[in-house]
Design a protein around this ligand. Structure first.
Ligand SMILES: *[C@@H]1O[C@H](CO)[C@@H](O)[C@H](O)[C@H]1NC(C)=O
Ligand SMILES: *[C@@H]1O[C@H](CO)[C@@H](O)[C@H](O)[C@H]1NC(C)=O
Length: 416
């Protein structure tokens, strides 16, 4: 049961838009899912993969910059890639639709893949179901009209899927507090007690008979929330009338993995900040805000105090449904890491990480077919599967581009 237990909220958007970063005087233009041009004021940037940088951030002081020019180094766009074993990947049947910032839950041999953006102006309002037994996409369920379309908090007890809050609508609209339950035996939906306030991409888990929801961003999508609530649940129903406040999370923000293993609750990676709606935009057009991605891992046990665990091999966000627990290890597929220090472009992750809970050690266990964020991950019969997400522009450019429907699998090899 623990093993099946959900996956968390989801990924993010990379979109479009137009960011004006007044503090540094840079202006970027982001085009949704297509190559984006970078323009800058006061900096000259070589065209492609590598940029020449000194040791200091663009703002820094001239005297120092001159000194450093003597030992200029090339900082590749791909500098955050880690060495990782090559894996044999097998391409499976693609999902019926491409999906970014969707959500996924595995129950036995089925992977339920929820919602997500098809593109920045279009969100899905249905569930597609993959069957690991015959490797086909079969069932499809429409979601309730009031349910959020991306950045959901989600978890299962093995039959009931709890779908908590999330972003309602395309572009950078805000979240709804509405919360639902899907009974996967009968494929019926029911309403659930709304979260006290709407949250965008909160960490969500079932733990000790309670549904826990924490962190995420506040209504503006950007401001990290630290609040943590829980409510007693059984068989898809709340046993209490209201959510109760729990110990706040040490760091707020969206897009982290939240996993229960062996009666301990882990929160891994994530970020503070995210794209926001452009002020006064009638379509809530997405506008970049600088995010800070982290490698932090925190754990709650029966003491109900957060404990700091070994950090991830690098900062990693957009991983709320990008994980599985296999043999007492948490396996995490792709994500986003810290933005490029010079270009400020988002940098995707192309590795698989293993957090071995026997040894409390992290390993980099393989390379993905491409760098990708907001993957939706399953595990069946020794094979690790992932689908959906937004992939990189190519081997030399880790910035996000195409929203994917592809499904892949590889034999999972873990460090014991
Ligand atoms: C620039 O750097 C020099 C040498 O490190 C320092 O003395 C000076 O105060 C700095 N100026 C500014 C404006 O930061
Ligand atoms: C998990 O453990 C079992 C039993 O020790 C072993 O047979 C299996 O290969 C392991 N799976 C992975 C992915 O390491």
């Amino acid at each position: 049961m623990v093993r099946q237990a959900g996956k968390q909220n989801c990924g993010r958007i990379v979109l479009v838009s137009f960011l004006s970063l007044l503090a540094t005087g840079l202006v970027f233009d982001f085009l949704w899912a297509s190559s984006h041009r970078f323009s800058s004021i006061g900096m000259s940037l070589p065209s492609s993969v590598t940029t020449v940088v000194g040791k200091l951030p663009p703002n820094s002081n001239d005297t120092k910059k001159k000194k450093d020019n003597g030992k200029e180094r090339k900082l590749s766009a791909t500098f955050q890639d880690l060495d990782a074993p090559e894996l044999q990947w097998e391409k499976m049947a693609p999902a019926p639709v491409p999906r970014l910032d969707g959500a996924a839950i595995q129950i036995r041999n089925f992977l339920y893949v929820f919602a997500g953006y098809g593109n920045i102006n279009l969100v899905h309002s249905h569930v597609d179901i993959y069957n690991f037994l015959d490797n086909t996409w079969g069932g499809r369920l429409d979601m309730p009209k009031e349910m959020a379309h991306s950045h959901l908090g989600m978890v299962t007890d093995g039959r009931y899927i709890y779908i908590v809050t999330g972003q309602y609508g395309p572009q950078c609209r805000g979240p709804t507090a509405k919360t639902f339950v899907l009974d996967t035996d009968t494929n019926t939906w029911s309403d659930f007690v709304p979260l006290p306030v709407p949250r965008y991409a909160p960490a969500t888990q079932l733990w000790r008979g309670r549904l826990h929801v924490m962190g995420g961003s506040k209504e503006n999508r950007h401001t990290p929330g630290l609040e943590h609530w829980s409510i007693a649940v059984k068989d898809g129903k709340a046993l209490e009338k209201e959510w109760r406040s729990e110990i706040p999370i040490p760091r707020g923000g969206p897009h982290r993995a939240c996993v229960v293993v062996d009666d301990r609750l882990f929160v891994l990676g994530g970020q503070e900040g995210d794209f926001m709606a452009k002020p006064a935009s009638p379509i809530f057009k997405c506008s970049r805000r600088m995010e800070v991605v982290f490698s932090d891992v925190y754990m709650l046990d029966e003491e109900m105090k957060w404990k700091v665990m070994p950090s991830m091999p690098k900062p990693d966000s957009h991983i709320e449904f990008a994980w599985k627990v296999v043999n007492n290890s948490i396996v995490i597929v792709g994500g986003t890491t810290e933005k490029h220090p010079e270009t400020k472009k988002m940098v995707l992750v192309g590795e698989i990480f293993q957090f071995n809970l026997n040894t409390m050690k992290w390993y980099v266990i393989g390379k993905l077919p491409y760098r990708v964020k907001t993957t939706l991950v399953g595990y069946w019969d020794g094979q690790l599967y992932f689908t959906s997400g937004q992939r990189d522009k190519g081997p030399d450019d880790p910035a996000p581009r195409k929203v994917m429907a592809d499904m892949w699998r590889t034999k999972l090899i873990l460090y014991p």
